[in-house]
Design a protein. Structure first.
Length: 131
């Protein structure tokens, strides 16, 4: 089973119940499964099949916090900064839209277009998905 948020995954519970009631007897002991480095949940035995029969509760993502993300993925942090600078410098462009209400103001271009360097770096982290 491929989990959608990885590489940092903490599984809190796994249940297998074709009736989708997930009573206490349907929960799988953590000794009976493991997570691969690519976020795949592997089981030591065959599961009971059925639509929606497997329920996995977990927390996951690329990092636990911003500081860890910037340390672990400095290339992404760098291109995000470049994109922010680009957006800031483009704030006075002719196609910009701005509004103000109740002491709050915001402005944006009609559509944010990622810089090529941002796309190139992010493409390196793209993964195949069945979703």
């Amino acid at each position: 089973v491929q989990l959608s948020a990885w590489p940092n995954i903490i599984v809190t519970s796994v249940a297998n119940d074709p009736d989708r009631e997930y009573g206490s007897s349907t929960y799988i002991d953590s000794d009976d499964y493991y997570i691969t480095e690519y976020g795949t949940l592997e089981f030591d035995y065959a599961l009971v099949a059925g639509r929606g029969a497997l329920r996995v509760e977990y927390e996951g993502g690329m990092a636990a916090d911003v500081a860890s993300f910037m340390t672990d993925y400095p290339d992404i942090a760098h291109v995000v900064t470049l994109q922010c600078v680009h957006e800031f410098r483009s704030r006075d462009a002719l196609n910009a839209f701005s509004f103000a209400a109740a002491g709050v103001s915001a402005s944006t271009n009609e559509q944010v277009k990622l810089l090529d360097v941002v796309k190139d770096v992010l493409d390196g982290y793209r993964r195949a998905s069945n979703a």
